[in-house]
Design a protein around this ligand. Structure first.
Ligand SMILES: [Zn+2]
Length: 165
């Protein structure tokens, strides 16, 4: 396993919708394992493939940070979302910025797991927020993009989005 280097805003790979994974093969499984190690090494609770420079619909998550209980999600689709919630979020691709982001409370997500098996997950709380944050990455969106304009305007100039604007 190896640690991957993180891409940081305004890297253009963070601005584009990622490509669907055609097949969950050995290479994808290895990438997911490396992403899990990289996520833990950087104290993250989620990491999407574009954040390590890979243009693929893949993310890993571990809101409880429990080893062996990580979620690997390939080609995710957020099918439904309900309610309003917000917590202070950060992102490994936007260092030193933490902001309260409007999100749904509850989501239903469909995708493939790390073995390529289809699954659906209905969840709320922190995991629901992580799923929304990571799914956004695969659409080329950062959490800063979810802030209302008046809130974003208050951010220091350098932490506003530049590359994708
Ligand atoms: Zn992020």
């Amino acid at each position: 396993m190896s640690l991957l280097s993180l891409r940081v805003d305004p890297d253009p790979v963070l601005c584009r919708p990622a490509q669907p994974v055609a097949r969950v093969d050995e290479e994808i499984r290895r990438l997911a394992q490396d992403m899990i190690e990289t996520m833990y090494a950087n104290d993250g609770i989620g990491l999407a493939a574009p954040q390590v420079g890979r243009d693929l619909q893949l993310f890993v998550a571990s809101p409880t940070r429990e080893r062996g209980r990580e979620l690997v999600v390939v080609n995710p689709v957020l099918e439904a979302a309900r309610g309003r919630n917000s917590i202070v979020e950060g992102c490994l691709s936007v260092p030193q910025v933490w902001e309260k982001v409007p999100r749904a409370t509850w989501v239903r997500l469909r995708g493939l797991d790390g073995t390529g098996t289809p699954f659906a997950l209905e969840t709320e709380g922190l995991l629901a927020i992580v799923l929304q944050h990571e799914t956004d990455h695969l659409q080329g969106r950062l959490f800063l993009d979810r802030l209302p304009w008046w809130h974003r305007r208050r951010l220091p100039r350098l932490t506003r989005r530049r590359a994708c604007a």
